[in-house]
Design a protein around this ligand. Structure first.
Ligand SMILES: [Zn+2]
Length: 279
């Protein structure tokens, strides 16, 4: 649960003699959490959130290729909200997949370019984990080569698909903007999406290496949300997922007025996780 920050008075950037304040404070809304979110979990079960067909396919929370990179299946640990469990089969385990909320066509052919871009990105991250800590930017041309502009957008669409699947899996309707972005819209308004490096995970990695252990993992942070009783729906959904210590933090916020996502840049900022908002 993330409480919405108090709305500020905004001073327009004009000459002082013309300056006036615009009070954008809305009547206070009560934001809720936990079981109180249940009334907003109104997604239609069993339908593909992208095309509306019958949902008969489960998207992986983390890709099988990422899981396979980390070693033998029996050695994998899955960390999620507050559980750490051993995965027996990374192909079959329920815990590595979202609930059924896409159709086979959307989860395979339609989203193949996004999966492909993500694989390239993940290859780059896994093979550069020793170096990336010292970087303040991730150069998409190094990640993807000359086709970086197309691939960076496709990577963002992979992240958007992940967010939408997670929202749908938790029972929340997916805002139509997500499907429009996957269909080719240039941006995904109202969704903050940034890259980070997590100092705590980096420290953990170093400690593991000192002990001769390969300890890189895949992590999904707990999701937080806010709902507006007056609008009768969820208005914010936020979380992150991490490969090793490099991750994506995202927040869909119905009221976001402008966003500055990573995919608008060739050299995307690699934020320190501890300097980003908690949620
Ligand atoms: Zn579909």
């Amino acid at each position: 649960m993330l409480a919405r920050p108090a709305r500020a008075r905004i001073l327009p950037d004009v000459a002082p003699e013309r300056m006036h304040t615009i009070d954008v404070t809305e009547p206070p809304e009560e934001f809720i959490s936990g079981d109180q979110l249940t009334p907003y979990q109104t997604a239609t079960k069993g339908m593909c959130w992208w095309c509306g067909a019958i949902a008969n396919s489960k998207e992986h929370k983390f890709k099988r290729t990422d899981l396979a990179r980390m070693g033998r299946e029996s050695e994998l640990l899955w960390g999620s909200d507050d559980e750490l469990v051993r995965i027996r089969s990374n192909r079959k385990s329920k815990i590595v997949k979202f609930q059924r909320n896409l159709c086979t066509e959307c989860n395979n052919r339609r989203s193949q370019p996004f999966d492909y871009a993500y694989d390239k990105y993940a290859d780059y991250v896994w093979s550069n984990l020793d170096r990336l800590w010292r970087r303040s930017k991730l150069d998409m041309r190094q990640v993807f080569g000359e086709n970086w502009q197309v691939d960076t957008l496709d990577l963002a669409r992979y992240v958007a698909k992940h967010i939408a699947c997670r929202m749908a899996s938790d029972g929340y309707p997916v805002p139509p903007q997500f499907g429009q972005f996957l269909d080719g819209a240039a941006t995904l308004p109202s969704v903050h999406m940034v890259l980070f490096k997590d100092p705590a995970m980096w420290e953990l990695r170093r400690r593991f290496i000192d002990q001769g252990i390969e300890g890189d993992g895949l992590w999904m942070a707990p999701a937080t949300g806010a709902a507006s009783p007056s609008r009768g729906r969820l208005t914010m959904f936020s979380s992150s997922f991490t490969l090793g210590y490099i991750g994506f933090m995202y927040r869909w916020d119905e009221d976001a007025s402008s966003v500055d996502p990573f995919y608008l840049y060739r050299k995307a900022t690699l934020h320190r996780r501890d300097r980003l908002p908690d949620q």
